[in-house]
Design a protein. Structure first.
Length: 253
């Protein structure tokens, strides 16, 4: 039995565009393509798609999913890596919940709010050890000092800027815009300026920006920021930043 791409899209909620993208990157090929260009999927295709969607639900990126399905990375190891990330996220979310509960109780009782405890779990420096490993102790300490120096209003403004970037990328992707096109490149330019702020005025070079863009796709913790509305969101942002780097930047920086 076969199902058309439109039928699969209706059954799964995965857009035809996403299914075609899965085909283009070799993740999920249709059973056949008719003379009129329509794609059709068989039972084997559906089973593979089910596994893809399960692994996506677990937060794995497409490159890792491809390796899992092709046998280059076994399911257990991939899931162990993701379980570690989930446990870290669970601890962070539980801390956030406690912070919100404490704020609610203080407001209900008319007590003075304790700014020092209101933002537990929201700390930008949660990746301190990873920053230290990737870019050195000096960078990690400088980043932590910068973040704390922003204080509450500055931190919230910085996060709001990032949410605006997320929304802009999501909107551009939903409209099918080219990541190399002028509209998306304007978003990428704002994204770069936001990164410059987080680097305390240092300007990442082309190689550094591409490295960050690769991390947005490879690391589920970062990918989740750009896959809120479309599973290809992180790849879309990476393409936009790659294009920006190639057009405007030089060097390693």
């Amino acid at each position: 039995m076969e199902w058309s791409i439109q039928h699969i899209a209706e059954l799964t909620g995965v857009t035809s565009r996403t299914l075609r993208h899965y085909d283009s990157i070799g993740l999920l090929a249709p059973a056949r393509v008719a003379s009129n260009g329509y794609r059709y999927y068989d039972e084997r295709s559906l089973v593979r798609l089910q596994r893809i969607l399960l692994l996506r639900e677990l937060g794995l990126g497409l490159p890792v999913i491809a390796e899992v399905l092709d046998g280059n990375v076994d399911d257990i190891r991939a899931l162990q890596d993701h379980l570690h990330w989930l446990e870290c996220e669970s601890n962070r979310i539980q801390t956030q919940i406690r912070s919100v509960h404490n704020t609610m109780q203080a407001l209900q009782k008319g007590e003075e709010l304790m700014a020092e405890t209101m933002f537990g779990g929201f700390d930008y420096t949660q990746y301190h050890d990873e920053v230290k490993q990737r870019w050195g102790q000096e960078t990690a300490e400088s980043s932590a000092t910068w973040w704390k120096g922003l204080r509450e209003s500055g931190q919230q403004n910085f996060l709001a800027q990032h949410r605006a970037l997320q929304d802009a990328y999501d909107e551009a992707l939903s409209r099918g815009q080219d990541p190399k096109g002028a509209d998306v490149q304007e978003i990428a330019s704002k994204h770069y300026d936001w990164l410059v702020d987080s680097w305390q005025g240092r300007h990442p070079g082309a190689a550094a920006l591409k490295g960050l863009a690769d991390m947005y796709v490879a690391d589920p913790r970062f990918a989740q920021n750009y896959t809120r509305t479309d599973p290809q969101g992180a790849e879309f942002v990476r393409s936009a930043l790659y294009a920006y780097a190639e057009q405007h930047l030089r060097g390693e920086g």
